[in-house]
Design a binder for this molecule. Structure first.
Ligand code: TXA
Ligand code: MG
Length: 322
């Protein structure tokens, strides 16, 4: 199968309606989209990504009000988040309605729902007329794509279509908040700063990071340690003194003096939003540059810096000897 890059949303809509997979732009990262309530289509998504079926998918809706088509219950605090932050980079895990396929939720009693902000994505969901399942359009455990080109690099020959909608504005995946029987959890820091959520509904519970082996039995399979990895080994450092000659360097702002090797400074003007939007692109670039190692200087642990550090430490964990 050859992967065709589309520039026309109508062609994407036609293919989706026919049950085909199309990688689509969202404001966070590109998603590999298909009919979200059709188990055969869901199975194609897992197989195209080489994704284990114990890792459930996010269902994307066109309008916030459609959440009640998928969730059996929307708690008061979830409703407040919906009203304030949707459409946007926020995913809510809520008790599911019975008609939501087990394959979408990995057999869990909950469903992950997101109303994305990207105008193209919303128009497409609206016109297709059903929620679209869309995991990030990368191979399982690999870097998320923020351009159509990134999608082609990983999924060429595995999916029929990519709709080119330019670069993703936010650049990291959505923040995931889980409404569980024993409390409200931060399941994944992401494009919506956690502080904004906590400011509205109070402190969130945190889960300890998990290994791949135990993930199947856990409430939040998305917290797999092995995730978001470039092929090149990656380490996180706290000081430039830890650099080795030849390292590909990733920093928030500031450059090491006299370093021999490529340096990607994500935001000389110290803007975490800008840094997040360039993160995966920079990692893709360093990965392709042939350096023996990528060294990432830890980001400030607040706002989008939290999501960036999360992705970097997962990438580092992938290469750590067991
Ligand atoms: O920004 C995003 O969220 C992107 C764009 C395309 O919307 N999508 C995305 O999907 O990042 P994905 O599949 O790469 O990550 C979704 C995460 C998974 O790691 C999964 O484990 C978690 O959400 N998840 C989905 N349903 C869940 C559930 N019922 N309970 C707990 N975690 C869930
Ligand atoms: Mg993903």
């Amino acid at each position: 199968m050859q992967t065709v890059v589309l520039s026309d949303a109508e062609e994407a809509i036609r293919a989706l309606k026919a049950g085909e997979l199309v990688a689509l732009p969202t404001e966070t990262v590109y998603g590999l989209a298909g009919l979200g309530l059709n188990p055969e289509v869901l199975a194609k998504i897992f197989s195209a990504k080489d994704r284990p079926t114990f890792d459930p998918l996010i269902l994307h809706i066109a309008r916030p009000g459609q959440v009640s088509q998928l969730a059996s219950e929307v708690p008061h605090d979830a409703r407040r988040l919906v009203d304030t932050f949707w459409p946007g980079p926020l995913t809510l895990v809520l008790p599911k309605k019975p008609h939501v396929p087990d394959l979408a939720t990995a057999g869990l009693g909950t469903v992950a729902v997101r109303c994305p902000k990207h105008p193209l994505m919303r128009k497409i969901i609206e016109k297709v007329g059903v929620p679209l399942a869309a995991p990030s359009a990368n191979l399982f455990g690999r870097l998320s794509p923020t351009s159509a080109q990134h999608v082609v690099e990983q999924l060429e020959g595995r999916i029929p279509y990519v709709l080119d909608g330019g670069a993703c504005e936010v650049g990291v995946e959505s923040t995931i908040i889980g409404f569980m029987p024993d409390g409200v959890y931060l399941l994944r820091p992401g494009g919506l700063p956690v502080e904004q959520v906590e400011h509205m509904i109070g402190p969130l519970k945190r889960l300890p990071a998990q290994s791949v082996e135990t993930a199947a039995s856990q409430a939040a399979p998305g917290m797999l340690m092995k995730h978001y990895a470039p092929a090149t080994p990656l380490v996180m450092i706290d000081r430039f003194e830890e650099l080795k000659p030849g390292d590909g360097v990733l920093t928030f702002c500031g450059r090491p003096q006299g370093h021999l090797g490529p340096v990607m400074e994500l935001s000389p003007r110290k803007n975490l939003q800008e840094a997040a939007s360039l993160l995966f692109q920079a990692l893709h670039q360093l990965d392709r540059s042939g350096v023996p190692r990528i060294a990432a200087l830890r980001f400030p642990e607040h706002g989008l810096g939290m999501a960036i550090n999360d992705r970097l430490s997962r990438a580092a964990a992938t290469h750590r000897p067991a």
